[in-house]
Design a protein around this ligand. Structure first.
Ligand code: HEM
Length: 411
């Protein structure tokens, strides 16, 4: 048998035809070695420990502020959904610090009843219909309701957010893989986003409320204030970072459980396992499959020296299945992170300075949706035998998932 070719393996991994199950290709890439060259120039980092090393080392970053070419040369940082997620210290530290002052654990607690009410209403409504689309009628509505409340935006604007977020999600993929139409859509979405949020920020400044924009606008931290542009970018980041990710994780979660009925039965019997199950599902099929970094100065990784400016792609979803860290990694085991001392070491929320700021909010939303489905609709049948996936590579999620729900007592 010929030795596997790295370039062919990476092409297979990126191919839209393999979106339904990219995991065998991630494994093949890991088996090629800790670093795999890609046709796009950057090296793929395949193992869990090396991914952790890069993510937790501030000498790997994004490089925009240092004037180092980003992973996609020629693309202005402004064109990419970004704000501080794309920055390095000290800009990143400052902005993340200011946002953390308003986006606190207390804010997550404040949002909890809204998530519960929304999930219950949507599940109860779905119980009355022969079938419903779990992605558009449940998975998308919960996070967008939360984000509108968080930002103080009217929920009626949801459809517009949805279209923009989709165009920007596709825009996270390498430009070489995007069509001219997709590149144009990304630029149009970024401009429309900007215009919408400029109006919203002005409105919140004029009439402050309990929302995050009003709080951020009012921050005056030892004379440090968030500028108008920074505030706008933060809105975009929160909407973008908190929406598509959570929608797709909800879909991935329900589909994975449906394909593992023994694990679903276990959760029905032991709802106390739901928090651990959510982390296992985030490990098993995370919505953010990759992220990237550039060497801000010379770095050694897995025996190779990376010159300043050289880029790597962190294979989050592959690292989450590294057998050296997660025994029997292709098995979904909702008890994996349940015991004492079994902290979830998956990388679904990243790690280090850019660790997901919304991780607690996302966990809360996923736990409530799952608990509500199990409590109100213990009978859940997926009607699509082979549901199709969005074409996005960086964000992995279903286009739709037709399901039928049965209420408790009708099973
Ligand atoms: C950063 C995943 C939900 C806000 C990140 C990163 C990942 C991630 C992997 C780090 C990217 C990198 O290091 O390059 C997820 C997943 C989610 C989720 C899987 C849901 C299942 C949310 C929510 C919010 C949010 C609900 C807020 C409403 C952010 C922000 C950052 C971030 C602001 C940037 C942090 C920084 O750069 O310092 N997320 N996210 N995310 N996420 Fe999330």
């Amino acid at each position: 048998m010929p030795a596997p070719d790295p370039i062919q393996t990476v092409f297979a991994m990126l191919s839209p035809e393999n979106r339904a199950n990219p995991y065998p290709y991630y494994r093949a890439a890991r088996e090629l070695g800790p670093l795999v060259p890609t046709p796009l120039g950057a090296h793929l980092v395949t193992g869990h420990d090396d991914c952790m090393t890069v993510l937790s080392d501030p000498r790997w970053g994004h490089g925009y502020s240092a004037g180092i070419s980003p992973i996609r040369p020629g693309v202005a940082a402004d064109d990419i959904p970004g704000s501080f997620i794309r920055m390095d210290p000290p800009d990143h530290t400052r902005l993340r610090g200011l946002v953390s002052k308003a986006f606190t654990p207390r804010e997550v607690v404040r949002l909890r009843p809204l998530v519960e009410r929304t999930a219950e209403h949507l599940v109860d409504r779905a119980l009355g219909s022969a079938e419903f689309d779990l992605v558009s009628d449940l998975a998308a509505v919960v996070p967008i309701t939360v984000i509108c409340e968080l930002l103080g935006a009217p929920i009626e604007d949801y459809q517009r957010f949805d279209a923009w977020a989709r165009a920007l999600a596709r825009g996270l993929d390498p430009d070489a893989l995007l069509s001219a139409d997709e590149l144009r859509d990304r630029a149009t979405a970024a401009a429309a986003f900007g215009e919408y949020f400029r109006g919203l920020v002005a409105e919140r400044r004029a009439r402050p409320g309990p929302d995050l924009i009003s709080q951020l606008a009012a921050i005056d931290d030892a004379g440090d204030r968030i500028t108008e542009t920074e505030l706008l970018d933060i809105c975009v980041l929160l909407l973008f970072g908190g929406y598509e990710t959570t929608v797709h994780m909800t879909g991935n979660m329900v589909l994975a459980l449906n394909r593992h009925p023994d694990q679903l039965d276990l959760l029905r019997e032991r709802p106390d396992l739901i928090p651990a199950a959510v982390d296992e599902l985030l490990r098993f099929d995370p919505p953010v499959q990759f992220t990237n970094r550039v060497a801000l100065r010379e770095r050694r990784l897995a025996g190779r020296v990376f010159a300043r400016g050289e880029a790597v792609v962190i294979l989050i979803a592959g690292a989450n299945r590294d057998p050296r860290v997660f025994p029997d990694p292709d098995r979904l085991d909702v008890t994996r992170f349940a015991g004492p001392g079994s902290a979830p070491r998956h990388l679904a929320f990243g790690l280090g300075a850019h660790f997901c700021l919304g991780a607690q909010l996302a966990r809360m939303e996923l736990e409530i949706v799952l608990a509500t489905l199990l409590r109100h609709a213990p009978g859940l049948t997926v009607l699509d035998p082979a549901p199709s996936y969005r074409e996005t590579l960086t964000i992995r999620g279903l286009r739709s998932l037709r399901v039928r729900l049965e209420a408790a007592g009708t099973r």
